[in-house]
Write a protein that binds this ligand. Structure first.
Ligand SMILES: Cc1cc2nc3c(=O)[nH]c(=O)nc-3n(C[C@H](O)[C@H](O)[C@H](O)COP(=O)(O)OP(=O)(O)OC[C@H]3O[C@@H](n4cnc5c(N)ncnc54)[C@H](O)[C@@H]3O)c2cc1C
Length: 462
């Protein structure tokens, strides 16, 4: 029987398993290897905080690209929404915990289908894949529990890396009880509120989650958050149906022409009294193609100068979340601290964070809860994932030209250090962010995961 290993058990790992099983013409043994986050919730939907909601409206969160109402239909039978008004439900932002339940329901259905198929089967390994060795066209995968799995084909669905410690965090601060290095680690479960204030490094969506968790826990102190660029999260605002642009609307695939068209839409929305950031939504359907059409130089320019404003405009937060943060800011509970962090030191009472706005304006914040919300560093050359490192060290995979992910061919198979396309290892999701840029949220991933899985199945008959 063909053995297929899916490394990573979040949305991408689960949905790869679904599509491979549905498309395989011969019996398959599917091995899902997952550790670090609950299967199949992954990092995003393992949250235990009810206030963490999706940042995509319910109507756009189906796990299946060909069944756009799949999530809504499931939701309508959920005890919490059984009496909900459908028009309101489809444009609402559902708790991520409930989206996790949706993924579990897909998994349960798949298990039943696999059971009744008689020939195929699936095994979930709750361990970490740490190394790969290649023999006779097969891969031997080592797990951290000493188990070995022999696979004919592999899908790498390893998702988000663990957040990286900023350079100014010393080893002693990193191990301090006052420091929370990984805000995705469900720290709320064992939360101890020491006397004092919280300080959050970062101002993006992870900062938003952390503030919500602290408010939900009725945290008594003040919450400071810091960013150097001064761009704060934006709200989706009331739902405006927007026609997406197509590539034909751009005079050329060049970055400068894209910026020109973007500015044209900003101006138009402004003149209509609408929020300017809606211009980012117009590009939603073609962002991946635009990215792929740019030269390396254009991509680097974008990453250096435009990435942050683009991300802020593109990845907005639910209106009710925005309101909660806004109220906390107005009450003086949540305070924005602009500037550069110049030192972080610890003593027995807490951590002192020094922030410098300019050389005449240096402030020191004493905190008993320092959160690192800067997210993972996008370096695959120095990947902290042992399995990816093993693939790179053996030359079977290679980081892309921007070092944001792995180099892949158009069929999502990884490329080796000689630039040759693998016939057995495929990948999807954040791992190919360097090649596709928007390879992150469910509306992008669902199509991609289906395509990757179909390509893998096709390669079985080659
Ligand atoms: C906090 C947060 C909120 C988000 N909110 C939304 C949202 O509202 N809407 C939306 O559309 N998208 C959202 N996203 C994007 C989200 O990442 C995707 O929707 C999707 O969940 C990604 O799934 P994934 O399977 O690719 O990755 P992940 O969810 O990261 O899953 C990968 C899994 O693989 C495991 N793994 C990695 N390496 C190994 C290894 N070597 N061995 C074993 N296991 C391994 C990881 O520990 C993890 O469990 C959010 C992301 C984050 C981080």
């Amino acid at each position: 029987m063909t053995s297929i290993a899916i490394i990573g058990g979040g949305f991408s790992g689960l949905m790869s398993t679904v599509h491979i099983f549905k498309n395989a013409k011969t019996p398959v043994h599917l091995h899902i290897i997952n550790s670090g986050n609950e299967f199949p919730r992954g990092v995003a939907y393992s949250t235990i905080c009810d206030w963490h909601v999706l940042n995509v409206r319910a109507f756009n969160m189906s796990a299946f690209p060909d069944e756009p109402n799949h999530f809504i239909n499931w939701l309508k039978h959920h005890p919490k929404y059984i009496n909900a008004n459908e028009d309101e439900l489809i444009i609402s932002f559902i708790p991520r915990k409930i989206y996790g339940e949706y993924l579990i329901s897909i998994w349960e259905k798949l298990q039943q289908e696999i059971k009744s198929s008689a020939n195929s089967n699936v095994t979930v390994h709750h361990s970490s894949a740490v190394a790969a060795e290649f023999r006779n066209g097969k891969t031997e995968i080592s797990l951290d529990n000493n188990e070995k799995i022999i696979a004919d084909k592999i899908i790498l669905a390893t998702g988000h890396s663990v957040p990286t410690q900023p350079d100014f965090i010393s080893d002693s601060v990193a191990t301090s009880k006052f420091y929370f290095g990984n805000p995705w680690s469900k720290w709320e479960n064992n939360f101890t509120e020491y006397e004092g204030d919280a300080f959050i490094i970062g101002s993006g969506l992870t900062m938003v989650d952390t503030v919500l968790s602290l408010l939900n826990k009725k945290f008594k102190g003040k919450i400071y958050f810091n960013s150097r660029h001064g761009l704060l999260p934006l709200s989706h605002q009331h739902f405006i149906k927007s026609e997406f642009l197509s590539l034909n609307d751009l005079p050329s695939p060049r970055l400068l022409d894209t910026i020109k068209i973007f500015r044209k839409w900003v101006k138009l929305f402004k003149s209509e009294g609408k929020p300017e950031f809606l211009a980012a939504d117009k590009f939603r359907a073609i962002t991946q193609q635009i990215w792929r059409g740019w030269t390396l130089h254009e991509k680097k320019y974008f990453l250096r100068f435009l990435k942050t404003p683009w991300n802020v405009a593109r990845h907005r937060i639910a209106d009710e979340v925005f309101q909660t943060l806004d109220n906390a800011m107005k009450e003086g509970k949540l305070i924005y601290v602009p500037g550069k962090i110049t030192s972080v030191t610890e003593n027995e009472n807490g951590i002192a964070v020094q922030v410098s706005k300019n050389k005449n304006n240096i402030q020191i914040f004493r905190t008993t809860h320092l959160f690192n919300c800067t997210g993972p560093k996008d370096s695959y050359k120095n990947s902290t994932n042992p399995f990816i490192r093993s693939l790179i060290n053996s030359g079977v995979a290679m980081h892309d030209d921007l070092d944001m992910g792995l180099k892949v061919a158009d069929n999502y198979a990884v490329k080796n250090s000689k630039g040759e396309t693998s016939d057995s290892i495929f990948t999807t999701g954040v791992v190919i962010k360097g090649s596709y840029w928007e390879s992150f949220a469910v509306p992008d991933l669902r199509k991609q995961v289906k395509a990757v899985s179909e390509n893998l199945v096709m390669s079985l008959s080659n």
